[in-house]
Design a binder for this molecule. Structure first.
Ligand code: HEC
Ligand code: HEC
Length: 208
């Protein structure tokens, strides 16, 4: 009898600890999700080059600040999940290489493709973005400056960044996320074209 009570108390304690940890891990409120991207032609009408560049980056930001991207570019050592960007369940951490702690690698659960019967997303390159590539909790202007900074973007030149946005298959997962997840707006090709147009109009970053 007392053993039973002890077990129940321990379970309660554990649940409370997990709850507190989840609250502490809660990063930022999920931003509103855009349903579509404006076509490139909408921006050609903006005569002023700087204004055009800024408008293009606002549009690009609808993808960059979408939960499909932010969930894997967190500011803590833990990914977040779902459209509400709640802390990842079960508890997983970055580990040395972004692939998880030795005992619980991302690939233990995340395989080469989405596994819809269990609602687990997948991709051959599934791992957490490095800490210097954290986007959660940052303004669009801060994200903009950061992705242009070679010391924080994986050493990429602008052409390499354009290629990554338009072609990378892990980025592409954002439009094919499986389960009940909301895909990123537009298509990856549209997103890549907007990003390229932004780069070609001077790659101007929003203030703040
Ligand atoms: C499953 C996790 C995951 C998801 C989802 C994800 N990323 Fe990443 N991202 C990474 C990892 C890991 C890297 C570092 C790999 C590298 O540098 O090649 C990275 C790096 C990047 C970079 C280059 C570095 C930088 O910050 O400039 C860009 C750009 C990027 N991701 C864009 C996106 C976009 C856009 C989306 C959503 C459509 C997205 N990512 C979704 C994991 C993810
Ligand atoms: C024990 C299994 C397990 C491990 C290990 C695991 N995950 Fe997950 N992960 C899941 C499940 C299940 C989901 C789907 C949950 C949902 O959508 O309700 C998920 C969802 C996610 C999502 C949310 C995708 C989205 O946009 O909604 C991200 C990001 C993610 N995992 C990253 C990681 C990373 C990075 C690692 C390694 C550091 C990792 N996971 C390790 C089981 C796991």
């Amino acid at each position: 009898m007392s053993a039973l009570r002890l077990t129940a108390a321990a379970a309660l304690l554990l649940a409370a600890a997990a709850g507190a940890a989840i609250a502490a891990g809660k990063d930022v409120a999920a931003p509103p999700m855009a349903a579509s991207l404006k076509p490139l032609s909408d921006f050609a009408a903006i005569k002023d080059r700087k204004a055009r560049s800024l408008a293009l980056f606002q549009e690009v930001g609808k993808v960059l600040q979408h939960p499909r991207c932010l969930n894997c570019h967190p500011r803590t050592d833990r990914p977040t999940q779902t459209d509400t960007m709640r802390p990842h369940m079960p508890w997983v951490v970055r580990g040395d290489s972004g692939m998880g702690a030795p005992g619980l690698r991302c690939q233990t659960c995340h395989h080469d493709r989405n596994f819809d019967p269990a609602g687990v997303p997948g991709n051959p390159k599934w791992q957490l973005a490095p800490a210097e590539m954290a986007w959660q909790g940052k303004t669009l202007g801060e994200i903009c400056v950061q992705i242009k900074d070679k010391s924080r973007n994986g050493g990429r030149s602008m052409p390499e960044l354009i290629h990554h946005m338009a072609e990378d298959e892990l980025v592409g997962w954002g439009w094919n996320p499986g389960g009940k997840r909301t895909p990123a707006p537009g298509t990856q090709a549209q997103f890549g074209a907007l990003f390229e147009a932004w780069a070609k109009s001077g790659a101007v970053c929003p203030a703040g």
